[in-house]
Ligand binder design. Structure first.
Ligand code: NAD
Length: 349
């Protein structure tokens, strides 16, 4: 008998738990979703159902539809919304054992400008995915929550999972917390095995720059065009930037370890990086001599510093971030260079 899975399990043992199974990824064409789909296929999942309405991503970001690809044959892309009953029925038809709910209306600024769309997708959409998961008796749902959201700006550092606040700054932050509350309801009332993964400032290959996107892809985009990098604050603000590969590793663990059901767990690097230092590194890596430009701080952006505790992830999941910041930035730049044309055509500013 093999040992039961636990935090001590190796990545290979975690991957083996997906072999031969079907997984559904919502928001699959996005930054995290596309990397997760690739990892599930590499793990040997029999089928990966990739649901995305392409409202904020591009199909080319999904694992490539190669002629012979042993991976892409097992990827089924559904172009549809988590709000749409027909698309959900199609996504759940193959009876997924694992559901990774990543689809979201992203993110803060977008939600300030479009609060009803935010509520529809992040609130009602999450409710519908949870309801469909319950009806399909799935083995596990992993909800992509946001540690950048649910702790607000007043929590002591490092941010720990048991801190609770009602002081949130944007509709996105509110609806990411709402998603967690629905997860709790489905866990407590329906006994749906849900894990809430609280992700922090994810970056890496697969995030197409754009008006509502995160700082790192946008910095690379502007730096490659010889533009000064806009700093919306003093540059002293810090974030806990986490490489997408580490996030995917943590999500895969959340999907199969028995002891994490019902838990909220930070997935982060546990390291603070100053935005000014990030800008300097991006300019150095790209050879951009245009420097920085100071912009007014966004009114909703009240977080001066952000650093997560990853003690719980270490002890319950055996999670360990492996990609240091310089390596993660180099991998991101390589992706930008390899997808130069597609990114230029797809960036949404
Ligand atoms: N990137 C981060 O820094 C970060 C941090 C914390 C939490 N998260 C959470 O992780 C998840 C994935 O984030 P990401 O960075 O990959 O974002 P993303 O925007 O790249 O991916 C989300 C995907 O969802 C799709 N989508 C949007 N509305 C949809 C709908 N109604 N139906 C189906 N698909 C829809 C978009 O087209 C996009 O491909 C999100 O839930 C996000 O809130 C991300």
């Amino acid at each position: 008998m093999p040992d039961p899975l636990g935090p001590q399990s190796t990545d290979a043992e975690i991957a083996a738990a997906y072999r031969g199974h079907t997984a559904l990824v919502t928001g699959a064409a996005g930054c995290i979703g596309s990397n997760l789909c690739r990892a599930l296929l590499e793990a040997g999942a029999a089928r990966v159902v990739a649901l995305d309405d392409l409202s904020a991503a591009e199909k080319w970001n999904l694992p490539a539809p190669t002629k012979s690809g042993p991976t892409s044959d097992r990827l089924e892309f559904i172009h549809g919304s988590v709000l749409d009953a027909k698309a959900l029925a199609q996504a759940f038809a193959p009876k997924p054992a694992f559901v990774f709910h990543l689809a979201a209306f992203f993110a803060n600024q977008n939600s300030v400008e479009h609060p009803e769309d935010d509520l529809r997708v992040n609130g009602l959409g999450t409710l519908r995915v949870l309801e469909a998961s319950r009806a399909a008796s799935v083995q596990r749902v992993v909800y992509a929550s946001s540690g950048c959201s649910v702790y607000g700006a007043r929590a002591p550092l490092p941010l720990k999972e048991d801190f609770v606040t009602l002081h949130l700054d944007t509709p996105y932050q509110i609806t990411k917390l709402l998603g967690e509350l629905y997860c709790n309801f489905f866990g407590n009332y329906h006994h749906l095995p849900v894990v809430r993964a609280r992700l922090f400032n994810v970056y890496g290959p697969g995030e197409i720059p754009g008006r509502y996107r995160n700082v790192i892809p946008n910095f690379f985009y502007w730096a490659q065009r010889g533009q000064p990098l806009p700093i919306t604050g003093s540059g002293e603000e810090t974030r806990d930037f986490t490489f997408v590969g580490d996030i995917v590793g943590g999500l895969l663990r959340c999907g199969v370890l028995p002891q994490v059901v019902g838990e909220a767990i930070n997935l982060a690097s546990g390291v603070e990086t100053r935005i000014g230092d990030l800008a300097a590194q991006v300019n150095a890596l790209t050879g951009n001599s245009a420097g920085l430009k100071q912009l007014e701080r966004r009114r909703w952006d009240t977080h001066d510093r952000r650093r997560a505790s990853i003690d719980k992830a270490r002890s319950l999941l055996g999670y360990e971030p492996r990609t240091d910041f310089p390596s993660g930035l180099r991998a991101t730049l390589a992706w930008f260079q390899n997808h130069h044309k597609e990114i230029a055509a797809s960036a949404r500013f």
